[in-house]
Design a protein. Structure first.
Length: 534
């Protein structure tokens, strides 16, 4: 056991930005007025930095004319589109608080968010897939007394709003004021609104971009949702703080549209969660796309399997791809791999601490900092920690302690070199007969099985052991699925007996959140009944 404690902090010669988002955009426009800022591949629309800033200001004037003032909440319930980005920067320009609403939400959840945040103006898509947003807004309007107006993207109501605006002076803002509320998908109860400032998210986007050496030559393909930090902070704010271009491949994730956009727009960077990269690599015509313009990108949201990372580097030309770890409450990124890290560090760890941030790993029971190499709860502190959960001081106090450390709920270990491995969620840990089992370790091992395309491991109830290990597998070939006997034989002698899955379920797909994370809680619930064997 190491005598060194699991604590580290990010030093840097690069200072934190003291700008507001609007001031930072002005600097980008002054430096690169004619460079492309935003490209929407589906519609073919393009913005230079000068035009983008002009359209941002036009929308900001319209919001002011509509009675939106600093601190007022403006909701956005929409799929990825240029208007989403304009709303992001226009609300920041006037100091209104943009409230991100998950496009997958239904009426019950939207009603809760509209009321909990006190939203007075809502921007929404007209429709997407099976969602008719206009009809859902009509359903909840009477139950949301603070909601004064709804504006639909691609509808005359958008033009009518813009027409109201007349140039006016923008109020001077502080970078520490709240600018964004993002609802974190609670697995129990209602979601909580993480409240973030200019300083939180602008600096996080900037330093994530610094870590992969963004400059004005970069073109970032963003297939991840804007409503989440991955899209609007690591994507949009990383781009505009470096003069890079934001490329929207589709309203929501589509592997074909993503690779087509990379090829057409000569993107240098591509984002995604591992399941997105798996979907792209598994396209039947994957080899036909010219991805030679790529050099980097970000994979985040869940751990990356080794085999997937090897293919991303070799076949997608992303030699400088980076792994990021974070959470909405920390704006989001705390840890990131660097461009020259080896394959093992990119797949075995989630990187090392970013500049100006502290991380430590503590005993969940006592709060004491653990020695390096031993598991505990990951905590983070610094400029990136949220202002709090909107109007929920008790829940804020549960997550952020008196020392301003954010408790992540993730189990992790810190290596001697300061790199951090995520072992699992505290609530995902399987306890079988008194043994602590971390699903990530088993999943990593099973990815090497030739019949397995994707795998998730969860704990389900067992009469004798408390829990048993269930492997949910998507087979490479549906006509030749894996058997439990084959799976167990593969593990025999490689994994401790208590880690070997005792139950196997073959699935066609996993239940996912809209941001591309597997809903393990749903897998546990689905297979909890009837799984136990005495």
């Amino acid at each position: 056991m190491s005598s060194q404690l699991s604590y580290t902090h990010g030093t840097s010669d690069t200072a934190l930005l003291g700008d507001t988002i609007g001031a930072n955009l002005d600097r980008a426009v002054a430096a690169w007025p004619d460079r492309e800022a935003l490209v929407d591949v589906p519609s073919g629309r393009r913005w230079t930095y000068a035009r983008f800033a002009a359209d941002v200001d036009e929308l900001a004037y319209a919001l002011l004319a509509s009675g939106i003032a600093k601190g007022d909440r403006v909701g956005i319930w929409a799929v990825n589109c240029p208007e989403w980005v304009l709303v992001q920067y226009a609300t920041a320009r006037i100091g209104a608080i943009m409230v991100n609403i998950n496009p997958a939400y239904r009426t019950h959840e939207v009603e809760y968010v509209l009321n909990q945040a006190g939203i007075s103006l809502l921007f929404a898509s007209l429709s997407h897939k099976t969602s008719d947003y206009r009809a859902m807004v009509e359903q909840v309007r009477g139950k949301c007394p603070r909601l004064r107006e709804s504006v639909f993207i691609g509808d005359p109501s958008w033009e009518a709003l813009i027409a109201r605006g007349t140039p006016a002076a923008f109020e001077e803002l502080s970078c520490d004021e709240p600018i964004n509320i993002q609802y974190t998908s609670g697995t129990t109860g209602f979601p909580k609104g993480a409240t973030l400032s200019h300083h939180n998210i602008l600096n996080n986007g900037y330093f994530v971009g610094e870590s992969i050496a963004y400059d004005e030559q970069d073109r970032i393909c963003i297939p991840v949702p804007f409503y989440h930090c991955f899209g609007m902070v690591m994507g949009n704010l990383a781009a505009t703080s470096h003069g890079a271009c934001m490329v929207i491949p589709a309203p929501s994730f589509d592997p074909t549209a993503t690779l087509s956009a990379v090829q057409q727009e000569r993107c240098t960077s591509l984002y995604g969660v591992p399941t997105m990269f798996i979907a792209e690599l598994n396209l039947p015509d994957f080899a036909s796309y010219d991805l030679s313009s790529l050099r980097t990108g970000i994979m985040a949201g869940s751990p990356c399997p080794v085999e997937v990372m090897k293919r991303v580097v070799a076949e997608m030309h992303m030699a400088e791809v980076s792994i990021c770890y974070g959470m909405t409450e920390t704006s989001p990124v705390s840890l990131q791999t660097r461009m020259d890290d080896d394959l093992e560090h990119r797949t075995g760890t989630v990187g090392r601490v970013l500049p100006h941030i502290e991380v430590k790993i503590v005993d969940p029971a006592t709060g004491a900092t653990r020695p390096r190499g031993t598991a505990g709860e990951l905590c983070t502190r610094g400029y990136s920690v949220m202002l709090g959960y909107w109007n929920e001081p008790e829940k804020t106090a549960e997550a952020v302690d008196a020392g301003r450390w954010m408790h992540t709920g993730d189990l992790a270990t810190m290596r001697e070199d300061g790199y951090v491995e995520i072992v699992g969620r505290i609530k995902d840990m399987i306890i079988r007969g008194g043994e602590n089992i971390y699903p990530r370790e088993i999943e990593e091992f099973l990815y090497a099985h030739p019949k397995i395309a994707d795998v998730q491991v969860v704990g389900v109830p067992h009469e004798r052991y408390g829990e048993e290990v269930l492997a949910c597998v998507i087979p490479r070939d549906a006509t030749d699925p894996l058997t439990l006997e084959e799976l167990r034989a593969f593990c025999e002698g490689q994994l401790a007996h208590y880690k070997i899955p005792s139950v196997l379920r073959i699935l066609g797909s996993f239940p996912m959140t809209v941001s591309g994370k597997v809903r393990k809680v749903e897998l546990r619930e689905r297979f909890a009944a009837g799984s136990s064997t005495p």
